[in-house]
Design a protein around this ligand. Structure first.
Ligand code: NAD
Ligand code: MG
Length: 392
């Protein structure tokens, strides 16, 4: 029986994770659940999965949860705060951690799971974008396993040899990172500036949390995934090409020197990569609908449009520049997306915030998680100052 902590259990990935786990009560037991403040959903999850611990970051939400669980006669212990999230990610009783908190808020708990040598199912791409080498070093030093939940990276993982020294030694010519292009792939450029949060969150193929939905509309999501792929697969920026594939059926590809291209396909449903990582190296049921090739229709592939999606270029450049440029990029994006969702910034201004922060960024090589957090903090300040200047 594998003992599992799900961090971000009330979110889109968390709910999908519990759905896969629900189908395998013989294999997986929920040790702990963690989230921010959605106590009603957390209550239902606790009453179904009976974890030892439930953690809500928000203190008042944790109090409400505690009262409700007590009234229901539940034995689940309720904790609150960021430290408790770190504890359930690193407890000696846990084998596998689903890291599915959104954004920089997931940094500490994801790193704690790595340092504790866990099998870490990584959905929280922002932590790898920020932590980069610190993460990959910690993974090898502590014998952890970093399993990619992001559908593209999970696809690449499935198309890769099990072990390799370098891409070159494995005969890999390129990694082809696919992206749908989001809801605004064909919107006239002049109309982009007026797009609302509701429109940005209406993804054509995937149903996801708000932040990643906006990131998909700006294609910053693909930019973050580009950086994520460099770290996960020991790749240089020149090894990875982004390919627009509007149907989201091919989830990414790996091209070998003999001309073979291996692709992983499936329905756009996160339960497939989640089941792949949970079960690996075995294959387990995910309850995802099979692909029907008779009704699928045409699959299209085109080059990305860097004018339409300036965040793509900004991300690739940040990775090329190294140091803590990706920390600044990620922080500026989080602040920009938040301001957009709260009506303080126009859609196309999200990329302006990122460009502005990177423009004046005084980079250094972060040698610790504390240095990463300092850089994150500085970049957020810089992004907020820019937004205050442009938003009125
Ligand atoms: P979501 O907004 O639906 O859920 C986010 C979760 O994080 C919630 O459970 C929330 O309570 C929790 N959370 C937020 N702030 C927190 C804090 N300070 N402390 C503790 N918990 C906190 O987001 P999502 O779509 O599930 O995405 C989660 C992560 O997975 C993101 O990094 C995203 O990029 C990545 N991801 C998501 C998808 C998808 O299909 N949704 C696909 C690939 C990768
Ligand atoms: Mg993805």
């Amino acid at each position: 029986m594998q003992q599992i902590s799900v961090l971000g259990s009330t979110g889109s990935i968390g709910v999908n994770t519990l759905d896969v786990i629900r189908a395998h009560p013989d294999k997986y037991n929920i040790f702990a659940l963690g989230a921010n403040k959605h106590d009603a959903r957390m209550l239902a999850q606790c009453l179904e999965f009976h974890p030892e611990y439930a953690v809500l970051n928000d203190e008042n939400a944790a109090l409400r949860l505690k009262t409700a669980l007590h009234a229901a006669g539940s034995k689940t212990e309720v904790l609150s705060g960021a430290k408790a999230l770190v504890e359930i990610a690193s407890s000696a009783d846990v084998d596998t951690v689903m890291a599915a908190i959104v954004g920089a808020a997931g940094l500490d708990s994801t790193m704690a799971a790595v340092v504790a040598g866990k099998r870490v199912l990584l959905a929280n791409k922002e932590s790898l974008v920020m932590g980069g080498r610190l993460f990959t070093d910690a993974v090898s030093r502590h014998g952890a396993a970093l399993m990619p939940i992001d559908s593209e990276h999970n696809a690449i993982f499935q198309c890769m040899p099990r072990q390799y020294e370098s891409l070159q030694a494995a005969g890999i010519r390129r990694i082809l990172l696919t992206g749908s292009g989001g809801p605004f792939r064909q919107t006239p450029l002049a109309a982009l500036a007026g797009k609302t949060p509701e429109q940005a969150c209406l993804h054509p193929n995937w149903s996801m949390g708000q932040k990643i939905s906006v990131d998909s509309a700006t294609m910053m999501n693909k930019g973050l995934e580009f950086i994520e792929a460099c770290w996960l697969f020991k790749a240089q920026p020149s090894d990875i090409e982004i390919v627009i594939h509007p149907q989201s059926i091919v989830h990414s590809m790996v091209e070998y020197t003999d001309g073979s291209v291996l692709a992983q396909m499936g329905m756009p449903d996160m339960r497939t990569p989640i089941a792949n990582c949970l079960g690996w190296p075995a294959r387990i049921e995910s309850n995802v609908e099979p692909l029907n090739f008779y009704t699928l229709g045409a699959l299209e592939f085109t080059a990305p449009d860097f004018d339409r999606f300036p965040s793509l270029r900004l991300s690739i450049d940040a990775m090329k520049q190294g140091k803590d440029y990706a920390v600044a990029l990620n922080a500026a994006n989080e602040i920009g997306v938040d301001a957009f969702l709260n009506g303080r910034l126009g859609f196309t201004q999200i990329a302006d915030v990122i460009a502005e922060v990177l423009e004046s960024w005084r980079a250094s090589e972060p040698d610790s998680l504390a240095a990463v957090k300092d850089a994150d903090h500085l970049a957020r300040e810089s992004a907020r100052a820019f937004i205050a200047r442009v938003s009125n």
